[in-house]
Each structure stands twice: as structure tokens, then as C-alpha cells.
Design a protein around this ligand. Structure first.
Ligand code: FE2
Length: 456
């Protein structure tokens, strides 16, 4: 790909640059008819040969939609036509720098100064589909055609970036999120209702401009991990990486009372978290689960540290904290039954790699981890097939936590194509219910969600 030795431009990291539609996909097994809706996936797909060294997070967002209905499946994929991508399409070449290369090329007049790639997550909210990237506003898409509408700013009330990892409050459908920037107060907490009204915006001074990819919340608290991947904006002008690992700061954990806004800080040694699984409260303590890396190096493409399942316990009474590794299976992209978000829960679903640890992020299995028994179940498919994030879809008829389906998109290097794999969450290691053949490979991406027909 573009004669590059960059691993994120090769194999199934290389972009798929054609948009298309395919109907009545070949299925091995049976798609449960209860699955009536669309699985959306999104990830980076550079449309043009990147300027300088490409970082995996730089690519233009492409949405892949698997439409399931009546036991049949269709597929559609489209680029998110962001303002930055439109400027590049007009110019016929890349114009914007990235995380490693820093500086932009010479921008034609009326091009946006920064590119919002809209490449990280895609969510349903208030009857809309939003493609998210933490450096900017959400980009709204048409849910069926995937056509790009433009920026979504909560009727003019959101005027800064929004995380790609908002949470739904299971009590009332509120959307809980934050945005961060390299300038004080660095982090802002937001709450919006399910209809699209932004109800709260509260600045949180973290004291340090860091990359904060995710957060986690309970019914009473919102928790922010200030890990020392520090935003050094001034580096961009020198063509140096903008994110610098500065372990001397350690990691600070801020616990905000959602009612009063009061924040309690916990200080600990340096580490990094991209994603949290969940948090819940038990006897005056906050228990947080996620995937922890010893450090993160954003100056290159080698993450260097495998993410491991981790648990932090914060005692809100006396301000003490402890943490532990859950087990020794590398894992990322944690998901759960979101009806349990912020509450006690039993199961987590991950993409991971059982066996010996390595530094890269190549997955070989999906994992169901039982946080009550400590056991895990593993689904591994033939050959070197590699999964992405597993999405749990509950059966509408059941409230039991693992009574539902797990949907994940796998790449099969033997045929250079991808499959949507549908599992019964209660028979996780068993033969998948259905393997839906995509019309071509779906590049390794980041996140996505299931939207049931008629839901918003
Ligand atoms: Fe993420």
C-alpha cells in the first residue's frame, strides 16, 4: 500500500477505499430473526497517501453497516465526508498532518485548520447517527444511507470537542460525556437528555493537558483518569509528536459527585487506560474495571505495552485506593450489557489474545470474562482469523445479563476477507450461530454499536 513499510498501512490495517452496497450476504448458520437492526462499525481508512508517517488514529472515518432482518443480511460502507476530507478530495491529495507527522501541508483557502476524521465510534442518539472523534464535534450521518449530514452540536450548545466514548445513563437514557482540549480547564463534563438537549456543562481543571480517551460513570459519580500522555501543542509547529509520555506526573483519578460537582482526587503511579469496562459502587467504595497499559507511546506506531484487565478500588470515605490485575490475558475493546452500565455486573466481553504477551494489538479471540467466578470463556475461529470489538446485544424479551448475542467482525487472512460472527452469549465457546460473509475485507477499526430497528 503506497509502498509503505508502516504496519498500519498493510494487511487488514490497510484502508479499503471503495464504497458500496451488497445484499443477501452468504451466511454459514442462521441469523436469529430477533436480530432486527443494524450493526455499525467505524475505523480509520486514509483516503489519500498520508503526509509523513501515518499513525493508525489518523485515517479518515469509514462506516461499515451490517443490516440484519428476517434472518438475512446486507452490507453498506461509506466514508464520513468530513470537511477535512472534502477539502482533500477537492485538492486530490492529503493536506493534513497526523499524530506523528504533526504539521499540515499548505492548506487551500477555506479548508478547516484541523481535520476531524470522525473515525472512532458511531452511536445512535436522539434519532440520529453520530460518528465521533475525540478532537472535535460529532458528525451526523443518515442512519440508513450513511450519507454525511455535517457537524452535530446539540443545537449550538456544544462548542468544544466530545469524547468518542459517551455513556448512556440506564436510568433515564441521558447521554453522559466529556470533552478535552490542550487549553485550561482541559476537561469539560456534559450531560444531555435523550432528546438532544444539553443540560449540563461543567469545567474540570485536571491541571495537565492529557489525552483522555474514555471515562466511566455510576449513578452517583463520574470518574476521570488523568494519565500522563501529555498534550504538547507547541510540538506541532516543530513537526514533533504532540503527545508526550511524562511518567513523572503519575496518574491522577478524579471522582466527581454528579449532584454537587465536588471532585475528590486520588494520586497514583503512572499508567495508561484507553478503555473502561464499567464502574460500580459497593459499601462506600467505587470499583472500576478497564484495560490498563504500563505506559503509552504516541510518538510512533508501536504501543509497546499489552493492555491487561485491571481493577481499581477507590475508598470514597478515607481517600485510599488499591488496584489489581484480574488475570493474564491481554485484552482490549471491553463491552458489557449496557443495561448494567454504572451498576453491579458480572460479565465483560473483549477482543484479546490468550497466551504469551506481545506488545502489539493483534487479537486472536473474543473473550467473555466472568467477574464473579474469575473464569473466562474464549471463542477462537479457524486459522489466523482476528476479531475486532465484540458488541453485546440483549434479547429484548429477557433481563438476564448474558441472555443475548455477541456480534463481532473478524478478518480471515486466508481469504483476505471478513465475516460478521454472531454468537449466543450463553454458549460463548460453542459454535457461532451465524457467520455472515462480508463482500470484502473490513479493515481493523475501533468501535461500533447495534441499533435495533425502531430504536433511537
Ligand atoms: Fe476507543
Amino acid at each position: 500500500m503506497w509502498n509503505s513499510d508502516n504496519q498500519y498501512l498493510q494487511g487488514n490495517y490497510a484502508p479499503w477505499r471503495e464504497e458500496g452496497d451488497a445484499y443477501d450476504l452468504e451466511v454459514d448458520g442462521e441469523i436469529p430473526v430477533e436480530l432486527d437492526g443494524i450493526l455499525y462499525r467505524i475505523g480509520p481508512n486514509p483516503h489519500f497517501k498520508p503526509l509523513g508517517t501515518y499513525h493508525w488514529f489518523d485515517g479518515d472515518g469509514m462506516v461499515h453497516a451490517f443490516l440484519l432482518r428476517g434472518g438475512r443480511a446486507a452490507y453498506r460502507n461509506r466514508y464520513v465526508k468530513t470537511e477535512g476530507l472534502k477539502a482533500e478530495m477537492k485538492a486530490g491529495r492529503a493536506l493534513y498532518g497526523g499524530l506523528i507527522s504533526g504539521m499540515n501541508g499548505e492548506l487551500p483557502p477555506d479548508s478547516p485548520p484541523l481535520k476531524n476524521q470522525a473515525n472512532t465510534n458511531v452511536i445512535g442518539y436522539a434519532g440520529r447517527m453520530l460518528a465521533l472523534m475525540e478532537g472535535g464535534l460529532p458528525t451526523e450521518l443518515k442512519p440508513q444511507s450513511l450519507e454525511t449530514i455535517g457537524y452535530y452540536d446539540f443545537a449550538g450548545k456544544l462548542n468544544g470537542p466530545m469524547t468518542a466514548h459517551p455513556k448512556y445513563d440506564p436510568a433515564n437514557g441521558d447521554l453522559l460525556f466529556f470533552g478535552y482540549s490542550p487549553f485550561p480547564p482541559y476537561v469539560t463534563w456534559y450531560r444531555a437528555d435523550r432528546a438532544g438537549n444539553l443540560l449540563e456543562a461543567r469545567p474540570i481543571d485536571t491541571g495537565l493537558p492529557v489525552m483522555m480517551h474514555d471515562f466511566i460513570a455510576t449513578d452517583s459519580h463520574a470518574i476521570f483518569f488523568v494519565c500522563p500522555s501529555v498534550f504538547r501543542f507547541e510540538n506541532a509547529a516543530k513537526g514533533l509528536p504532540m503527545m508526550v509520555w511524562e511518567p513523572e506526573h503519575g496518574t491522577k483519578i478524579g471522582v466527581m459527585n454528579r449532584k454537587s460537582g465536588e471532585i475528590k482526587w486520588f494520586q497514583t503511579g503512572p499508567f495508561f487506560v484507553f478503555h473502561f469496562l464499567n464502574a460500580h459502587e459497593e459499601n462506600g467504595a467505587l470499583i472500576i474495571d478497564g484495560c490498563r497499559m504500563k505506559a503509552v507511546d504516541m510518538s510512533g506506531n508501536d504501543f509497546g505495552n499489552p493492555p491487561m484487565p485491571w481493577q481499581w478500588t477507590l475508598n470514597l470515605g478515607d481517600g485510599t485506593m488499591s488496584d489489581r490485575q484480574i488475570d493474564d490475558t491481554m485484552c482490549e475493546f471491553p463491552r458489557l450489557d449496557e443495561r448494567r452500565a454504572g451498576r453491579s455486573f458480572r460479565y465483560g466481553y473483549f477482543a484479546g489474545r490468550p497466551g504469551k504477551q506481545r506488545g502489539d494489538l493483534n487479537f486472536s479471540a473474543v473473550i467473555k470474562r466472568d467477574y464473579q467466578s474469575g473464569k473466562q470463556e474464549i471463542q477462537k475461529l479457524n486459522g489466523a482469523m482476528a476479531p475486532g470489538e465484540p458488541v453485546f446485544v440483549p434479547k429484548a424479551s429477557s433481563k438476564a445479563e448474558d441472555d443475548g448475542f455477541v456480534l463481532s467482525v473478524w478478518y480471515d487472512p486466508a481469504v483476505d476477507s471478513s465475516e460478521l460472527v454472531i454468537q449466543d452469549a450463553r454458549d460463548f465457546s460453542g459454535r457461532p450461530l451465524a457467520r455472515v460473509k462480508a463482500p470484502h475485507r473490513v479493515p481493523f477499526g475501533f468501535h461500533g454499536n447495534w441499533l435495533a430497528r425502531g430504536a433511537s
